[in-house]
Design a protein around this ligand. Structure first.
Ligand code: PMP
Length: 381
């Protein structure tokens, strides 16, 4: 979809523009709700009621109890909330993380090691964490396992349910709690999944990936031992003190309603776009797996051209795509290291270009992208 400019936007895994309805909800709540949800007067109670209504409708979409949900400033905070519990644990232990986690998970490694934790990072050959590798990594000291549901670099869908079962079996034998967390940011509103069937202890989500506002997210948690990240008032049952971002939360709820109402049809349309691009660009290495992958992400390699050169030339022609993930200044290296841990050849990883689709990406836009990529590649090689 062409937004305010003529840009053709293929970077929806990085962020999405707020939907019209979500924006309307945001403006309406920001305009009409003046009270703090913790205040006891009428305006406060009105705000509190809306907060609860949104918590319940979001919980319904997720198939969980409303009391398991904590509103946060995004998935980075939700991931930090969970991982900081290890930092504050009275005794250090062992944690297992996939090597393809988002930096908001992986970047805790240094501090954890400083505090005496040992960490095992598991590779994900061809995009997937091997259940046997998880099994082999577990020790008597393991207290935490983290594995994302959909990878943000190539879109691979991890077999989280199986990984959780293996962890639970081990936990039964060792009689020690192991917390299983999944970062489900790239899954929500895009692929169907059930948190209760997966059996995870916690999961993180971010509104701006499904056309809600930036700076709003969600933590699902059923582990009673989880402690808050910051201290303050009793908002969010004390799990996330600080006045709630009511307009943002309400807009997230609206965006999620829309995403769930059109989940199937969106997914079928995006799948067609994905298949079309795969076939049009079959002359290039495709780094996203062809099975067990989200249709919303397609990563290709334009080797021998450096990805930043190619993405820049695509920008110049009106396309927004991404070289690696767009989460930090050194995102390219991060994306590259994720690809290397998937056993992608280094020359292909250095030339990776991520195309990511949204609910309103059209076939005509995909046709235009395919022909521009092909022409550009031919001209430059
Ligand atoms: N995890 C994944 C898989 C992501 O793609 C992102 C967004 N780039 C995040 C976490 C962080 O989300 P937020 O921007 O809400 O902090």
């Amino acid at each position: 979809m062409a937004y305010m400019t003529d840009i053709l936007y293929f970077d929806n895994a990085a962020t999405t523009a707020m939907s019209k309805q979500a924006l309307e909800t945001y403006v309406s709540v920001a305009t009409n709700y003046m009270g703090n949800p913790s205040a006891l007067h009428k305006e406060g109670l009105k705000a509190k009621a809306l907060l609860q209504e949104k918590r319940e409708s979001i919980a319904q979409h997720l198939g969980v109890q409303a009391s398991t949900l904590t509103f946060t400033s995004g998935a980075t905070e939700a991931n930090a909330l969970v991982l900081n519990n290890l930092i504050w644990a009275p005794q250090s232990g062992h944690a297992v993380l996939s090597n393809i986690e988002h930096p908001s998970m992986k970047e805790h490694a240094r501090i954890l090691r400083q505090l005496g934790w040992s960490l095992t990072f598991l590779n994900a050959p061809h995009g997937f964490v091997n259940p046997e590798d998880v099994q082999a990594a577990l020790t008597e000291k393991t207290r935490f396992v983290g594995c994302m549901l959909v990878n943000n670099v190539v879109g691979s869908i991890q077999n989280v349910g199986t990984l959780v079962s293996l962890v639970r079996e081990y936990q039964k034998k060792s009689n020690r709690k192991i917390h299983f967390h999944t970062d489900a940011v790239q899954a929500l509103g895009k692929i169907p999944f059930s948190l209760t069937e997966l059996g995870v202890d916690s999961a993180s989500f971010s509104a701006h990936k499904f056309k809600g506002p930036q700076g709003v997210g969600l933590l699902y948690n059923i582990d009673p031992a989880l402690q808050p990240l910051s201290r303050g008032g009793n908002q969010e049952n004390g799990m996330r003190p600080g006045t709630e971002n009511l307009a943002g939360i309400a807009a997230m709820g609206t965006a999620l309603d829309e995403a769930f109402a059109h989940l199937e049809e969106n997914s079928q349309r995006v799948e067609k776009i994905n298949h079309f691009l795969r076939s049009e660009l079959s002359c290039l290495p495709i780094l996203s797996p062809s099975e067990h992958a989200s249709p919303y992400i397609l990563t290709i390699s334009v080797k021998p051209l450096p990805s930043e050169v190619f993405t820049r030339m695509l920008y110049d022609r009106g396309f927004c795509v991404s070289s690696g993930s767009a989460c930090s200044n050194n995102a390219k290296q991060k994306g590259e290291s994720v690809l290397t841990s998937m056993l992608v050849r280094s020359d292909e990883a250095k030339s990776s270009v991520r195309l990511s689709f949204g609910y309103d990406t059209t076939f005509a836009e995909a046709e235009s992208l395919a022909s521009t990529i092909k022409t550009l590649y031919r001209e430059l090689t």
